[in-house]
Design a protein around this ligand. Structure first.
Ligand SMILES: NC(=O)c1ccc[n+]([C@@H]2O[C@H](COP(=O)([O-])OP(=O)(O)OC[C@H]3O[C@@H](n4cnc5c(N)ncnc54)[C@H](O)[C@@H]3O)[C@@H](O)[C@H]2O)c1
Length: 434
């Protein structure tokens, strides 16, 4: 099939590359010329394991093309996937401006029948607005569909290739059949396509993220209770996760969820509830607990130093919002680092892949360490924000030789408190009561 994908971010590029990989002819479009120029040379501008190889292979085999020319892309495709960003507005609602702009441009380019698919995460009713926007500028026949993406950054290619389900929201059966055919190569062992109404599809995406975020905030709240009642959240987690009705996923406590999806999607869902007069009390609490979680972690650092952070040197391991990605959007680490800086501490950061993005964000306000050990040199404390694999089994003797202080604040519970205590390190995790 001939497909165009508008927006070459995490979702658009992964979708475009993987769809090309299954034999389709794919044209990827972006307004960012630098990005398109890099992609034409097979260089992916963000970190996503395995993606660059697929991009290069499909460029070489002539199935994957990049352009800033949306008109050309639309004219040469049957299916157009919209995968541009839907960032939060100040009131928490999703900004669908880019999606609707793209819709208008698609409408202006229509010369024959197309299926226009919303892959971006959009509030209920947006796909109908896309239809209206296109209808304003053309009489040519087209269909719209909602096909939200469920991939996870850090495992995006794998998730796209082996989806748990492919959600397809349509207004008629033939559009559903066409999109099922598009995804058939990724569902060879069994049909995982769920064809539903457009509104259900749009809402299901937000519901999935809000449910996962709820599990995290719920566990963070219980972790805070553990600290005051003398229980250990790791033990509580194992105990409840072994119950099939609950399951093991998304039960890890920490310093709160971040990234470009959960925070904005929970807020956007709350906003949709308010807009329709159906308040989402649980979602509001999830959002509040999440904000509070990073503040509580910060308080541990602040109180340990009796508020005297001026002149202190702090090593920070992990900036990305989770491992295996360089995405630092809404990462809790940003809050922690900003608080440290605002209290006059000097900060030595390390992250295996997010240093460029950190540099873009903090400029020369922090020191960028070449290794996690280098970050510890002369540090009064070590703060861990992201559970990167390479931080799990460090050489503590080396850390102690390098650091001036003897304290670790671990926002991801990577270490055994007893072990660190035995070697003379003070340890603060999350949800570990005494
Ligand atoms: N990142 C994820 O893990 C993930 C997962 C599932 C769903 N989503 C959703 O998918 C959508 C895209 O997310 P993302 O993380 O890929 O975004 P992103 O910010 O990484 O990429 C968006 C891209 O769209 C481009 N763009 C913006 N306006 C454009 C226009 N008018 N024409 C062409 N290109 C344009 C930008 O230049 C950018 O390259 C969002 O709605 C997001 O909520 C994201």
């Amino acid at each position: 099939m001939n497909i165009s994908v508008i927006g070459t971010g995490y979702v658009g590029l992964v979708s475009g590359a993987c769809l090309a990989g299954s034999g389709n002819n794919v044209i990827c479009v972006d307004i960012d010329e630098d990005k398109i120029n890099s992609l034409k040379q097979g260089r992916v501008t963000f970190y996503e394991p395995g993606l660059e190889d697929i991009v290069r292979k499909n460029i070489k085999e002539g199935r994957l093309h990049f352009t800033t020319d949306l008109d050309y892309a639309v004219k040469n495709s049957l299916i157009v996937l919209i995968a541009v960003g839907t960032p939060p507005r100040d009131d928490g609602s999703a900004d669908t401006g880019a999606v609707l702009n793209v819709a208008r441009s698609i409408g202006e380019s229509l010369e024959g029948y197309k299926v226009i698919v919303t892959k971006s995460t959009v509030p209920v009713g947006t796909t109908e607005l896309i239809r209206d926007e296109i209808r304003k500028v053309t009489d040519i026949e087209f269909d719209v569909a909602s096909n939200p993406e469920f991939l996870k950054e850090g495992a995006a290619v794998e998730d796209f290739m082996k989806p748990d389900r492919v959600l397809i929201g349509v207004e008629n059966q033939s559009t559903g059949e066409l999109l099922k055919e598009l995804y058939a190569p990724f569902m060879r062992s069994m049909d995982r396509a769920l064809v539903v109404s457009v509104r259900s599809s749009e809402l299901a995406k937000y519901t999935a993220n809000a449910m996962l975020a709820t599990r995290i905030s719920f566990m963070n709240e219980i972790a805070n209770l553990c600290e005051v009642v003398g229980a250990n959240i790791s033990e509580v987690r194992l105990a409840i996760g072994s119950d099939d009705r609950i399951g093991r996923h998304f039960l890890f406590p920490g310093i709160g969820y971040g990234g470009s999806c959960f925070p904005k999607d929970v807020k956007a869902l709350i906003n949709t509830g308010s807009e329709y007069g159906s308040e989402l009390f649980v979602c509001r609490a999830v959002d509040e607990v999440n904000t509070r979680q990073r503040e509580l972690f910060w308080t541990k650092i602040h109180d340990y130093f009796n508020g005297e952070l001026k002149g202190k040197k702090i090593a920070v391991w992990g900036i990305s919002f989770k491992p295996k990605t360089d995405d630092i959007r809404e990462a809790p680490s940003l809050y922690i680092i900003e608080r440290l800086l605002s209290e006059g501490a000097s900060v030595r950061v390390h992250d295996p892949v997010a240093m460029n993005n950190a540099n873009f964000y903090f400029g020369d306000k922090v020191y960028y360490a070449e290794s996690n050990y280098n970050a510890c040199e002369g540090a009064d404390a070590l703060v861990i924000n992201t559970e990167w694999n390479e931080y799990r089994q460090p050489d503590f003797n080396r850390i102690m030789q390098l650091m001036k202080g003897r304290v670790i604040f671990d926002g991801r519970n990577l270490y055994k408190p007893e072990r660190l205590k035995d070697i003379g390190l003070k340890y603060f995790g999350v949800g570990i009561g005494n």
